[in-house]
Design a protein around this ligand. Structure first.
Ligand code: UDP
Ligand code: MG
Length: 336
């Protein structure tokens, strides 16, 4: 389940300046107690903390809560102009983070705050990325568990990047990892793939997700399937290659069939001249066409999504009560 990781080399970390990114989409029911608890946990680690709440187009009281708690908890409140999805919300949070380490955490109490000090300790001991790995999926429907297994199987089979199974967005990253993530401009964003792609010294921390405090998951089966498709197409060209392979097999079968009817005609004679050649030719060329369309599709699919160059998200409001300012030399640089 977990990746074999090299032992952390001893490093001397600069004093911790922590940015914590919290995506929130219609979480107002429990957002205030969550931010209070998070703030208390983080303040115990370092006085230099900022919590970045990314409101991903919520239609509830998220904005009012952030406004009220902002000054006291030192919040940075980023409101996106609509719901862009969790991957975009996380990207927005990372773009605005100013600390030398960043913690990503869900705002529904599912990621246990009790693990955060251990993540910090692992960072101090030399790991650049500490990621939570779901140890037990006890509360999940069997359809989701089977789907998850299938997805990871396909993803790992078709990708050259070694992606740990069941690793989510609950993670602690060094500033250098965050800077690497910011340099990736791709529009088709599958964050879990990107974390693995950037590398760095990483370690898994198994955890059992707590119950969602209120409301329900925003990831319906349909949304999860879309995300899975995003992951597969961004990190694997297997789905496209399958058709190339199909084309190749059909072409091969057509050649065999062609040879067979040629031999048959020579040995047994041929009652109706012309049609076998036609049938074999038809099959051969359909196969070749599938093959070439597959190859073309491989390129066009990639170009199409990236070439539009649309922004990943739009910021509608940015309220900054954070005491953490950039500009010390160990802080990751902010690029657009
Ligand atoms: N989220 C978001 N945008 C979305 C969906 C979810 O920012 O479009 C946030 C949500 O507020 C929560 C986190 O992403 O903090 C995880 O979402 P959720 O709990 O619904 O997913 P699950 O825990 O089932 O994976
Ligand atoms: Mg959740």
């Amino acid at each position: 389940m977990t990746l074999p990781t090299p032992a952390a080399a001893p490093v001397v970390r600069p004093p911790l300046r922590l940015s914590c990114v919290v995506p929130a989409y219609n979480e107002a029911d429990h957002l205030a107690p969550f931010l209070e608890a998070l703030h208390a946990t983080l303040k115990a680690l370092t006085p230099d903390v900022e919590i970045i709440v990314v409101n991903d187009g919520s239609r509830d009281a998220t904005q009012a809560i952030a406004r009220e708690l902002g000054p006291r908890l030192g919040l940075r409140y980023i409101e996106l102009s609509r719901n862009f999805g969790k991957e975009a919300a996380l990207t927005a949070g990372l773009a605005h983070a100013r600390g030398n380490a960043v913690l990503l955490i869900d705002s529904d109490f599912q990621h246990p705050l009790s693990l955060v000090p251990e993540m910090a300790a692992l960072w101090h001991s030399g790991y650049d990325m500490v990621y939570g790995v779901i140890a037990e999926r006890a509360g999940e429907a069997w359809t989701k568990r089977v789907g998850t297994r299938l997805f990871y199987g396909l993803l790992r089979a078709g990708s050259s990047v070694d992606m740990p199974r069941h690793a989510g967005d609950f993670r602690w990253m060094d500033g250098r990892v965050v800077e690497a993530l910011r340099r990736m401009p791709e529009r088709n964003r599958y964050m879990k793939g990107l974390y693995a792609w950037v590398g760095f010294r990483s370690v898994a921390l198994p955890f059992t997700p707590d119950e969602r405090r209120s409301g329900q998951s925003h990831f319906s089966l349909r949304k999860l399937s879309m995300l899975a498709l995003e992951g597969l197409t961004s990190f694997s060209s297997l789905p496209l290659r399958v058709w190339s392979a199909a084309g190749l097999i059909i072409s091969f079968l057509a050649i065999c069939y062609g040879l067979f009817i040629a031999v048959e005609a020579m040995v047994f004679g041929n009652s109706l001249a012309g049609w076998p050649t036609l049938a074999a030719g038809l099959m051969l060329f359909s196969g070749v066409q599938l093959l070439s369309i597959g190859i073309l599709g491989e390129y066009i699919g990639r170009i199409y999504t990236e070439v539009k160059m649309r922004p990943l998200y739009l910021v509608a409001e940015d309220l900054d009560h954070s005491a953490l300012k950039a500009a010390t030399d160990d802080a990751p640089t902010r690029d657009a």
